[in-house]
Design a binder for this molecule. Sequence first.
Ligand code: SAM
Length: 452
Amino acid sequence: MHPRNRYRNVPDFIALAESYEPLRPYVTDSRIDFKDAEAQRRLTEAIMFRDFGITLHIPLNRLCPPIPNRLNYVLWIQDIVHAHSSVLKSHPQAVRGIDIGTGASAIYPFLICKTEPGWKMVATEIDEESHSFAQKNISGNDMQSQITLSKASASGRILFPLEDNVRFEFSMCNPPFYGSAQEVADLAKEKELPPNAICTGADIEMIYPDGGEAGFVGRMVEESEQFLTQCKWYTSMLGKMSSVLAIIELLRKRTITNYAITEFVQGQTRRWAVAWSFSDTHLPDSIARISSIPPSHALYPVLPPRNTLTQPFPGCMPARLYEALAETLRTIEADGVLATEVAPRAGSHHPSFFIEAQANTWSRSARRSRRPRAEMQLQPDSHTGNTVASAGKTNPSLTCSARVIIQETDAGSPTAATSTCSVEFQWIYGKERALFESFVSHVNRKIAPKLK
Ligand SMILES: C[S@@+](CC[C@H](N)C(=O)[O-])C[C@H]1O[C@@H](n2cnc3c(N)ncnc32)[C@H](O)[C@@H]1O
């Protein structure tokens, strides 16, 4: 479960029923019968009412969204949008997102808009009945100023809200899972169905005949190539690991290399989400890669390349490493790289550095052909809002951050846990991975002698 998910522990159903009277008949001995479709609905409604101030009506013949599971995806979207806010001076404002196939409950737009009051959502839905319920739920809660509902059509694009030429920070989707009714029946036999899917989901919610969820998301990948950076991060939830593999294969085939994979584990249920972008903004590994899987795992080979590079300096004290890093960056600064200190992040004692470079000025060949520093000017960067050393262009070629971190390492015995100081570099922006990697190895090479 996402570390910020407030439903990590099973809720106290009695307390919940006290704040939402319609749940009371379904709580027996502090428990709820999750096989009872009515009980599920009252539970979801109770959580939305008590914790988000939303009065929801979920029809019996449509999916009932379990809130802890839906919240996992919402929290990951927040992570993506806020990924670099601790070091960037400019923060995304008036964030707009799209929810594809919002369902009768419009659950994602509600969770997003209640946890991020400044954000706006466009929700789409193809099914008449779900659309009508979603509209009633949105207007019944007076959320029309934050959530706009649009009717999708089978002949139109899935990502049709992008046709309006409006920029979006993200799109999200919980697609129809299966390719056919036969697949639903087969997987039910193998007990691989996500809980509750078979009992209340209508065919339109569960089945996409053109290849199930992998087909649906594959179509979004193809459509996204027409809209490119008009949406910064395209994302989707996936219910089957084979679909994750298929989508990553498709992204790679289409040379979409900026992508992310995450995993949501909720009791017995395991789900995944993928994100891809045509922008040059890069996500930290903590958001873009599943950290808990070993190299033998089927998804390990398809995880995106690392955007967070960590260089350990064993035996070094944090203050000393920080001084060595600061001194190294000051020296490189003389070469036209701008490093600014930013306040320490939560849990960290030393400031981070926000680094911008217009070009590679640190490699040996660059030094030989270096232009006089007078040619470099400081300009505000249109992408980050920060100031950048520039030779006439606006966007830096490389934006990254660096900070000293302390990692706990377990040397094998429970009593022998030690800590190692490392420098962590985070690639934030840039087209060329090689430029980031070259900068990181240059800084690491310069730090080492300073520690002797
Ligand atoms: C698995 S349900 C997800 C519902 C809701 N978002 C949730 O997470 O509970 C998939 C939804 O996508 C809708 N849908 C299917 N094809 C669609 C399309 N082309 N455009 C928009 N919605 C679509 C279905 O009607 C259904 O409501």
